[in-house]
Design a protein around this ligand. Structure first.
Ligand code: ZN
Ligand code: ZN
Length: 294
């Protein structure tokens, strides 16, 4: 209450401006968005419990959303999830990538707008806090989707890390940025088709220390989920290293994401290792595991 009063006083003396529309922020709960813009970034209420896709509601729906709404064989996942075989257990997507949320996501990619990314991380945290199906205690690590080391060296700022840091602090989950590496430089995804994006991102990640990942549960964080290929590939690398569970949180989700993924890459030895590790979780001893892997 005292903070609110002080904030309102400061707003009158030094008015802040909204990151999106530049209008003065007065009495808004967000330090970076006016009340109007904040309302336009709507959290997804009903979503697929696997890929985070919004479920159909109202009259105007895209073909994709309508398809999801027609799903009858499972109340938990959409028809696309039922068809595809990806290594990510579930995605918590805060909002749909369109309009103001897309504008905010684009701004967050610029270090000038780090404060916007931090305030959006707070909003995501509040939204996750209210969900019965989000249990922070389940996760051993929170890992932002990594940049290639060269890009990190050049730009330093990385929006996924800002989102991850906000969530790690709020939920008390250790954040780690060294176990998962981007092993290959990937070009900008913006102008590519969905299939081109998935192809370019394939096998772009590697786990630096598999022993730290084995049997652990990981929460990946990214700012935007476009085709879903980046998250799926990162999850594949973590599962191949023995991760027990890989979930993800994203700020904004493209509604064309979640369409059926192409078949898994033909890297059989790695997939066999992942299969062995998974089967180990229920039955084998450590000694037996070593024998089966060598
Ligand atoms: Zn605004
Ligand atoms: Zn789904």
């Amino acid at each position: 209450m005292l903070f609110q009063g002080w904030r309102q006083y400061l707003d009158l003396v030094f008015p802040r401006s909204c990151s999106l529309c530049r209008r003065p922020i007065v009495g808004s709960r967000s330090p970076t968005l006016c009340g109007h813009c904040q309302q336009r970034i709507k959290p997804i209420v009903h979503s697929c419990r696997k890929c985070g896709a919004p479920k159909a509601s109202g009259e105007q729906q895209s073909e994709f959303e309508t398809d999801i709404g027609k799903s009858k064989s499972s109340k938990r996942s959409c028809r696309f999830c039922q068809k595809q075989d990806w290594d990510i257990n579930r995605v918590f997507a805060y909002t749909v990538y369109s309009g103001s949320s897309a504008h905010a996501a684009r701004l967050c990619k610029d270090s000038m707008h780090e404060s916007l990314a931090r305030s959006l991380a707070d909003s995501i945290g509040e939204w996750l806090d209210q969900r019965d199906d989000f249990l922070p205690i389940c996760y051993d690590y929170i890992i932002p989707i990594p940049q290639h080391w060269f890009r990190r060296l050049m730009f330093r700022y990385h929006p996924a890390s800002v989102f991850a840091m906000g969530l790690a602090g709020r939920f008390g989950i250790p954040m780690n940025e060294s176990y998962l590496k981007r092993s290959r430089w990937t070009t900008k995804q913006g102008l590519k088709t969905i299939s081109e994006r998935r192809e370019s991102i394939r096998d772009a990640f590697a786990v630096s220390n598999p022993k730290k990942i084995e049997y652990r549960s990981v929460l990946l964080v990214d700012d935007v989920m476009t085709s879903g290929g980046t998250l799926a590939d990162a999850a594949r690398a973590l599962k191949a290293a023995g991760a027990r569970q890989v979930d993800a949180v994203v700020f904004a989700r493209g509604i064309s994401a979640g369409k059926p993924q192409p078949p898994s890459p033909p890297n059989e030895s790695r997939m066999q290792k992942a299969h062995v590790l998974h089967s180990y979780q229920s039955s084998a001893t450590a000694e037996e595991l070593r024998r089966r892997l060598h």
